[in-house]
Design a protein around this ligand. Sequence first.
Ligand code: DGT
Ligand code: CA
Ligand code: CA
Ligand code: ZN
Length: 597
Amino acid sequence: MARPNKEVEALLQEYADLVSITGGDAYRARAYEKAARAIGGYPTDVSRLDAKRLREIPNVGKSIADKVEEYVRTGQVAAVEDVRAQIPAGVRELIAIPTLGPKKAMALYQELHIRSVDELADAIAAHKLRELKGFGPKTEENILHGITLMHSAGDRVQIGVAMELAEDIVTAMEKVTGCEQCTYAGSLRRMKETIGDIDILVAAEDSAPFMDAFTRLPYAGEVIAHGEKKTSLRTHRGLSVDLRVVPPDSWGAALQYFTGSKAHNIRTRELAVHQKLKLSEYGLFHAGSGSESGQKIVSTTEEEVYARLGLPWIPPTLREDRGEIAAGLRGELPELVTDADIRGDLHTHTDLTDGMGTLEQMIAAAAGRGYAYYAITDHAPDLSMQRMTDEKILQQQQAIQRLDGLNGLARPHKRMRLLHGTELNIGPEGGVDWPEEFLAGFDLCVASIHSHFNQDRDTLTRRLIRACEHPYVNIIGHPTARHIGKRPPVDIDLDALFAACARTGTALEINGQPERLDLSDENITRAKRHGVKFAINSDAHSTLHLGYVRYGVGTAQRAWLAADDVINTWPLGRLRQFLRKDCLREGRTSRPAGGKE
Ligand code: DGT
Ligand code: CA
Ligand code: CA
Ligand code: ZN
């Protein structure tokens, strides 16, 4: 992924925030925000584009293109530096608090001289905020809640951020002479939804060249510890990374140890002890007092280590001490769903609504992933920002039918089939955007909550169950609507929802966007017990986002899902059968299912 695009995205987003804080034109702030997103999602590296090509990016005009050029050339933008200088960094931090907008942040700074999150918390405790115009006890409560949410993510980062950086570091380490193996370990290899720090492991005879190359990485900030076996640093953006270099013949034991989890390691060590062995990051050794004592048995590969303990190799996503050891000993580990099992994506957007890719671009990128089928599901009209209309979606439908005839554009050998759908909005009472007769014309419908998150538990639960009972709703999109570290999951009776999904043949989405990962692994486990089926989707708003499916797959693996639990691993015929919702459509007319096959 193009790193300069991400940097420019962050810079323009910051500029938009700063413009809002300083009470600048809201329209201008919004324009920078839109351009930031467009550049972040643009597939070509912006540092390789001239001014003219830059302006071809949606929402990028002359003035923004100039700033991008300036950044690429000089590493900074004068206009951004100017506003930065006007506002203390602590105040910029304030607007990262969910529920606290830029206007309020600036008022807090000007009226109460608050310049950090800690100072803000103190001021709230002293009831100082309620004296300000536009603030009251309720605002205080909201802001405190926002601070709690921000802290609940702690210093952890979303998996997407950590993964991009880790893959970059692995690539850099692999280029160092003498590298025999290199990978990331820790929570990232286990595909946890948030990552505390990145753990990189290298197998090599001599560690020094790796340690040097590591501390010279362009994003390396402060070096926290520099040693022969381990070096730790913090990136400019505040993420910690540990690099460990181990001798090639202890690679397996080290990888097993540093992948964790700690709880899983405690179990494997117990297993070793019972067999009079000792397991550490250096290898599996004979214990006890006999002549063999201290002798190394195995440690070159993880498979050997597990095998000597009487276990099959355990996939990292299962290593959480959730019963994987017992299942392994019984030979009953699940056959997990993998990236290769995914035959298509069932929730994606185009620039007809808030996506950044055209229909043709999205389809070409999906075909490039080798999918057998691919669904376009742009937003329905009730999300009024998106300005969807009947005419627009019908026109899109015709375009899709035409492109489907071309069998995946220029790749006649790959017969990717196109499905036309929409992402409906589940209204406050559980209704959806279009009448049934209209919805009957789609191949599938995703339905999601995009508003009224704070209804009471009963209302929210009934609302979602009603959506499941709709004969044309096939998938509940991002079911709890959480944004990790920003918005909590909606308060619903999950078991009631899961039961309704199972009863009505409605799938639950595992949304792969790293800020959502919704459902979470724990909720998937719970839903599976009700017999629910799942759809692992990217919810892509750009061709770059199609890859988010991998995070959905990782999350599904952490919930022990097999391919059969996931409807978009099924052949198209079986998928279409599921999408018919036969149990709810008795006597209704619908397009003949499977007619296009
Ligand atoms: P994180 O970084 O908080 O997202 O989670 P991890 O799992 O990556 O934890 P980290 O970075 O502290 O350590 C990496 C792995 O090293 C961990 O998963 C297991 C292993 N490890 C670290 N400390 C201990 C320990 O005290 N005992 C055992 N058995 N294993 C440990
Ligand atoms: Ca870690
Ligand atoms: Ca670590
Ligand atoms: Zn969506």
